[in-house]
Structures are given as C-alpha cells and as structure tokens.
Design a protein around this ligand. Structure first.
Ligand code: FAD
Length: 684
C-alpha cells in the first residue's frame, strides 16, 4: 500500500523526534557549575553513568508535557531521602538501553529501576520515548535481571487510557523483568493524578521495605542544588532575565544564527512576532483570542494539523504574590547562581538568573498545589501553627481537598492562608526550584493552513477565567490570559480590564513588539492525501481550530483548480451571536467552495433543550453514512472529557441505524476506521 501523507507525517515526526532528542543533553540551559562533572549528555551508557556517580537506583521518564518528568524527579528525590539509596533520574532519550539488563549485575548494590510513562495523543509514546519502545519491540531480548516499578500518567477520557504505562509493564515482563508492586495508573481525566501518585508511591514504599528489606527514614529535605547570591547585577550581560534558552542571552555569532534558523523544538523556541490578534467572542465576560504568529523571519515550518507550543510566562500578580510570601520581594532583582550538587541533576533553569526571572519564567506557580508539597513545606513554616496545619493537610486527603483543592488555591495563596500572611522566609530557594513544577509550553491546534498561510501560524485560544461558587477569586490560566493581554495591548483596547497583567516586553525587551517563544509539534492529525476525499469534521468550540486550517487548505487547493472533496463541518457553541467562532469567515469559505463545503451548527443556549453537535450528527445520519461509504475521513477535535466519547457513540448509533448492523459490528466498524486512520482525534 502506498504511503499516505499521514503515514509520512508520522514517519517524519518520529525521525524528527529522534533527531531532537539525540541533540538534547546540552540544550537545557547553560552548563552552570564548574565544580561538578556532567555525565548526562557526555555518556549514553547507563552502567557507566550509574557506576561513576555511585547510584543504586534509577528513575527514567517518558514525558511529553513535563508532568511525568516532574513526578519522576519528585519520586527520585523522595526515594533517595527515605531509603538513603543514591538515585538518579534520567530522560529516556538520553541513554542507550542495550545494557539495561546488566545494570543489576554490573553496578554494585543496584536496587531498582522505576519508569514514569506518560501516554500522549491516541495511545502514543511521548517523543522522548519513541526510541525506547522501538528498542523494546524490536531489539531487546532478555531483561530477566531487571527489577522495576512503573507509574503511568494518562487520561481515562481517552480511548487508549494509560496505554504506554500498560505497554511498559507488559513488554518488560514479557522479556523476563520483574514488576515490583503494581502498575500505578495516574488519571488526569478524573483530576486525581496527584492522589493516584501518592497512593501508588506509598504502596510501593511499603512493598520495597519488605521485598528489598529497605530501611525507611524520616523525610528530611536534602538539597540537590545550591543557590548562591552573586556579585553580578541584573545589568550584567550574562545574567538570564528569563530568556527562553541560553542562546538568547548574549548570543555568539553561531547562536545568533540559530535564533532564526533553528532547529526549533522544546529546547529552543523561535521568538515569533504576533502580527495580528483579535477577539473572537462577543461577550463581556468570556474571551477567545485569534493570534497570528509571523514565521517569515525564520526556518520554522509546519504542516496543516500540527500543534503550536507557546511558552508562557507568569502574570505580574502571581509573580509578586509568590515573591512576597517568600519574603523575596525586596530581593527580586538579586542575581543568583544555581549550581547542581549532584552531577546527574540538572535544574532546567539558566544560571545566573534573578529570583524574579526564575519565578516569572520557569516555575508553574499559579496552578493547583500538590498535597505532597504542603507536607514537605511544613518543615519551613514561619509559625508553629502554620507548621502543624501544613503537616495535617499533607497527611489528610479529605481535609486537603476541602481546604485547598476545592478552593482552587495556588502555592502563594496556600502559604498565605497557612501563616496568616506571615512570610515564609526560611524556605530555601533551592527547595522551591526542586519542588515546584516547571512552567511548560501550552499546545494549540494550529488553525491556519501551511498551504494558504505559509508565513504565519494561527491559533484559536479560549481564555481560561472561571468564577466558581464559594471561591473568592477568579481562577485563571497562564498562557491564555497572556494572549488576552497581548490582544488588548496590540489593538489598544481600553474598555476591557484584564484579570491579570503581564510583562509583555519580556527579558531585555526581547519580546517587543508582541513576540512569544514558540515551537511546532508535528501531529498525526492530517488531511487525506487525496484532496478529493470527503471529510467529516466535528469541532465544537475551539475544537474548530484545526478544521479552519483544513478548510483554508481546501480553499487554496480549489483556487488552483484542484478538485476537492466535500467538507462537512459540525460546529457547536452557546449562542450564534456570542461565541460563533469565525462566523463571517465561514460564509466566505462557503462562497469559495460552493457545495463542497457545508457547515452544520448547534447552539446550546438558544432553545429550551440544549442542542449539541452530537444531536446534529444524528439529524444528518444518512449523509454521514453515505460520505463514509464514499471513503470519507472522520475527524473529532476539542473536549476529550465528554464530547469525543459522545461523538464516537453517536457514530456507532448512526452505523447501526443506517447499515442495519448490531452494536458490536458497528463498534468494530468505527474501530476499523481508526485502524485505517480514517477516524482521527485531536482532543485535550
Ligand atoms: P493553565 O495555566 O494551564 O491552567 C489550566 C487550567 O487550570 C485552567 O482551566 C485554569 O483555570 C485552572 N487553574 C488555574 N489555577 C488553578 C488552581 N490553583 N487550582 C485548580 N485549577 C487551576 N486550547 C485552546 O483554547 N485552543 C486549542 O486549539 C487548543 N489545542 C490544544 C491542542 C493540544 C494537543 C492540547 C494538549 C491542548 C490544546 N488546548 C487548546 C489546551 C491548551 O493547551 C491549554 O491547556 C489551555 O489553553 C489552558 O492554558 P492556560 O495556560 O491558559 O491554563
């Protein structure tokens, strides 16, 4: 069978991912300490690195968005501290696996390997683990010496829930490895990732005490990095003020070239100007931003259906509240050196930097707090009362939910509440860097077409601002409120007061005018290679984003006399005059594509009974079935929690009624469409 563009896309993505990761190592921040050797990146030989650094346990992560990486670091640190076993935490992409089985026989006293495995997209491995799973599937023969534990990070609203965690366990055990404890299943879909992790970890620790006869100690914080205040000042050219990566600071000639030539990836973004931004909603309280990133000055490329990763920074309000409760506000511009005390630990922060730059650009300070964080920060509490309260919250899951989770508190909010505003001046900043998750890029389905919009990448982002009953503040998202701020400033809108404000100029005014660091992530969500193939697209809300790109592509093709198949788009929103995204544009596309484009709308708040895209699909059952019979591709984009599953169930119903088959046959038909890549999802 000939390769579809989709297959080619997958191949390209895999090759790119491998390429990206082979070049990693040295790219995360500048080498920061002359007093440590740096084995990571200098050797890919696990036995050598573990032996040289006298490590007796290994934690490896397969991470796409950084969550698995954060958990693996947390685990490695606690494991080392609780059992006094020197533990190394590593990126699966940084090592070769040929001698995975020999670790236990070659490294003196070696105890355990622990995997943290995230599942991405439709049951795919994260980019950094593609090669590892390929090795397991095709080369690895014997792992009978390997003792391992595994925690999977997934989302139960997706079809392939925790597929890669399950695969890690099944493949390793097939090769003879021994699983210690049970596979941990962290579920983002139910919002229980943190509690799932804690339950798995505590259970594993109990088993380890028995099986490996490990002795457990009281958890005390042991710093793995050292923070020293520097004689440099904020004006010193080598100081990072939050530049996206080291190449942006005082770049050499070669580095300066890479700022426009790339390659651009999750270690080195392109600082892209936003040339156009606009509000898409017609509402006082809700916002959705259309933003166009100009890539003409760079080698950054994308193809229709890819994702854009936007690297955000924190809002002024969150940064100052955080610095304030730590008693660091006065010292915000003091320059600090961040040095690793363990050659295998690399803080993902460019050093030297300032307290403010670290908090603003590198730490996830506004999201939910973990129970583990509260338990461990208790030791640095400024008052006995705060200490007791924090310890209690750390131990009591229900109390933590009641007092912290259900109130949507972030770290600074919680510290404030615990100490009644007394500053937490005894928390070592090293603890903050080691315990607070790192700020990660946010992904957006690209809403432009690489054919019609070669020089720009469009995104469509709904602004996260939620006022919950019984919560005294508006709960906000980092990246989308930043985009809102850019839109307001760029269009000189003065009658909207944003909930948050941002430093739009960026470090050394490098983000002026209206630039943000971005990179493209290849996706497998692709149009059929034959433009004459009909497509059915289900995209309520911002789920319409990639379909705008698809339609623009077909408009461009049709304009150059290529015959295009029908595009049947189902779009849903609340009200036709409030949040109907790209309403006017669709009229234009309709004119250009004629009968080859049809938009079916569902407005949920215009009638007594709520109407969603699923209802509209049922109304068009006959046509959907006919198009599928003609070879149509079926696409779903948007909310993973409910919509994607409902849509699949409705499609099964349509198959049953139109093709007069049983539910199980209809279910198999839909599964088969997935196997053939004719049913694709881009959901989050
Ligand atoms: P974040 O800061 O990441 O916050 C996430 C959520 O947590 C928000 O709802 C926020 O209100 C809430 N929150 C904040 N503080 C707390 C607290 N203390 N306690 C509890 N909750 C809290 N989105 C789009 O709009 N358009 C797209 O096209 C799109 N495409 C995507 C494609 C992919 C492949 C993926 C993975 C995601 C996509 N998303 C898209 C979602 C997007 O990546 C972001 O997750 C979303 O925009 C929110 O980002 P944020 O930084 O504004 O919010």
């Amino acid at each position: 069978m000939a390769l579809d563009t989709l297959d080619l896309g997958v191949l390209v993505a895999i090759v790119l991912a491998i390429g990206i990761y082979f070049t990693k190592g040295s790219l995360w921040g500048k080498s920061d300490g002359e007093d440590v050797s740096v084995p990571r990146g200098s050797s890919r030989d696990l036995v050598e690195v573990l032996s040289t650094n006298n490590k007796k346990a290994l934690v490896l992560f397969a991470s796409q968005t950084g969550t698995a990486e954060d958990y693996s670091h947390k685990f490695a640190k606690e494991f080392q501290s609780r059992f006094s076993i020197p533990t190394m935490c590593g990126d699966l992409a940084d090592y070769d696996y040929e001698n995975l089985n020999e670790i236990f026989t070659s490294v003196d006293g070696f105890q355990l390997v622990v995997f943290f495995t995230a599942t991405y997209g439709e049951g795919e491995p994260p980019d950094n683990a593609v090669e590892f799973f390929d090795y397991l599937d095709n080369e690895c023969e014997d792992l009978s010496n390997l003792k391992f534990a595994c925690f999977g990070l997934g989302n139960s609203t997706y079809e392939f829930y925790n597929a890669m965690g399950k695969k890690t366990v099944s493949t390793l055990t097939e090769k003879g490895a021994t699983l210690v404890g049970e596979l941990g299943l962290g579920d983002d879909g139910r919002g229980t990732m943190d509690e799932d992790y804690m339950a798995w970890k505590d259970g594993l620790f109990d088993i380890l005490k028995d099986e490996l006869s490990l002795e457990e100690h009281e958890l005390v914080y042991e710093a793995q990095i050292k923070i020293e205040e520097s004689v440099l000042t904020i004006d010193s050219p080598e100081v990072s003020l939050g530049e996206p990566d080291a190449k942006y600071i005082n770049p050499s000639q070669e580095e300066a070239q890479s700022l426009t030539e790339g390659p651009f990836d999750h270690t080195h973004p392109y600082l892209a100007p936003i040339t156009i931004s606009r509000e898409l909603f017609n509402s006082d309280s809700r916002h959705c931003i259309h933003a166009e990133f100009d890539i003409s000055g760079s080698n950054l490329r994308y193809t229709t259906g890819d994702h854009l990763a936007i690297w955000p920074s924190n809002s002024n309000e969150h940064v100052f509240k955080f610095l304030d409760i730590l008693g660091l506000h006065e010292k915000k511009d003091v320059v600090i050196d961040i040095k690793s005390l363990d050659p295998t630990v690399h803080p993902h922060i460019i050093s030297p930097s300032t307290y403010e730059a670290v908090v603003r650009h590198y730490l996830e300070i506004s999201g939910p707090v973990s129970r583990q964080f509260v338990g461990s920060v208790a030791q640095f509490a400024p008052t006995e009362q705060a200490k007791a309260h924090a310890s209690k919250l750390g131990k009591d899951k229900d109390l933590f939910y009641e007092e912290v989770t259900s109130k949507y508190l972030n770290i600074a909010d919680l510290l404030h509440v615990l100490s009644d505003g007394v500053k937490w001046t005894s928390i070592p900043f090293a603890f903050i860097i080691e315990s607070v998750a790192h700020l990660q890029p946010r992904y957006y389905s690209i809403s432009s077409s690489s054919l019609s919009d070669k020089q720009s990448i469009h995104v469509t982002a709904v602004v996260e601002q939620e006022k919950y009953p019984n919560v005294d503040h508006i709960v906000t998202g980092v990246a989308t409120n930043l985009l809102l701020n850019i839109q307001l400033a760029q269009n000189k809108v003065s009658d909207v007061r944003p909930v948050l404000t941002y430093d739009l100029e960026g470090p050394r005014q490098k983000f002026t005018p209206f630039k943000l660091p971005v990179h493209v992530r290849r996706s497998t969500f692709k149009l059929p290679s034959n433009p004459a193939t009909p497509i059915i697209c289900i995209g309520p809300g911002t789920g319409v984003a990639p379909f705008r790109g698809f339609i623009r592509e077909r408009v461009a093709k049709a304009a150059s006399d290529v015959s295009v198949g029908k595009t049947l788009l189902f779009f849903g929103c609340r009200k036709s005059n409030e949040d109907f995204l790209y309403k006017d544009e669709f009229v234009d596309y309709s004119k250009k594509l004629g009968e080859k484009f049809e938009l079916v709308t569902a407005f949920s708040r215009e009638t007594a009974e709520k109407v969603y895209v699923q209802h509209k699909m049922l109304e068009r059952a006959k046509e959907i079935n006919e198009l599928l019979n003609e070879g149509a591709f079926f696409y779903v984009c948007g909310d993973a929690a409910r919509m994607a599953r409902d849509v699949q169930n409705v499609l099964i119903k349509i198959m049953m009624s139109e093709r007069k088959v049983t539910e199980s046959i209809a279910t198999d038909m839909v599964k088969n469409l997935r196997v053939l890549n004719r049913y694709q999802e881009d959901v989050w």
